[in-house]
Structure formats: C-alpha cells, structure tokens
Design a protein around this ligand. Structure first.
Ligand SMILES: [Zn+2]
Length: 126
C-alpha cells in the first residue's frame, strides 16, 4: 500500500505562512500526473479495496485505520472513501484525506496489512 497516493503532496500549499512557499513557487500547482508505475500501483490497491468491501465488510470490517504522520492521530477510512480517494488520484485530483468518517466505530477498522492478509488467507488466494 502506498499511502502517498492518498496524501496531499504539500499540506501547507495554501498556507501563506509556509516558509517553503518562498522557496517553491510551484508548491500550489496541480498534482503532477501519476507515472505508469504509480498508476499501476493505485489500480492494484483499488482492486484490493473493492475486494475488501465485498468480502470484509459483511464480516464487520468497515475500513482501515492508520497513524497519520501529518496529524499524529489515527485516521479511519471506509472502503468507499478509500476507493474514492484512489479514483481521485488516478484522475490527478486529491481526495479529502484528512476528513475521515465522523465518530467512527474504531473496532470496525483494521490495519491495511491485516485486511490484505485476511484476503490472502481466504481460499488460498494468490
Ligand atoms: Zn492527517
């Protein structure tokens, strides 16, 4: 999982007080297009997320959580939100990464690696 595909490239892009804005005039430009490799990676993640939604959601797993290094708190994402973010990044847009579900039921979210491992363990896939 490459979380960069879900992350804003520069969280201070719109902050006029960001000292880096004096150094990088291009910081607020559009997201650069994905390379073929990045695109393939996002498409693969998207395929997994859809599989998670079909297979894990009926088992009570609504999405993933991870520690956000920008906010230093856990973020919780429903499968639909993750898929939306990935589709946005494929189109060269940024999803609302720091707007997770309101008051998530934290017990219903698992780490990404757990979700992938769970899928792998079913039916001896892959
Ligand atoms: Zn965050």
């Amino acid at each position: 999982m490459n979380f960069d595909s879900m992350m804003p490239r520069d969280p201070f892009a719109d902050d006029p007080n960001d000292p880096a804005s004096f150094l990088e005039d291009d910081a607020s430009e559009d997201v650069p297009p994905l390379s073929d490799e990045e695109r393939a990676h996002v498409l693969e993640d998207l395929r997994i997320v859809r599989e998670c939604k079909n297979i894990l959601e009926p088992r009570g797993m609504r999405g993933i959580y991870f520690l956000c290094e920008d906010c230093d708190i856990m973020h919780y994402y429903d499968w639909d939100i993750m898929a939306g973010n990935m589709q946005a990044s494929l189109k060269g847009e940024l999803g609302p990464v720091h707007e997770p579900s309101a008051e998530p039921d934290v017990d219903a979210y698992v780490p990404w690696d757990y979700a992938v491992g769970y899928l792998d363990g079913l039916e001896g896939r892959r």
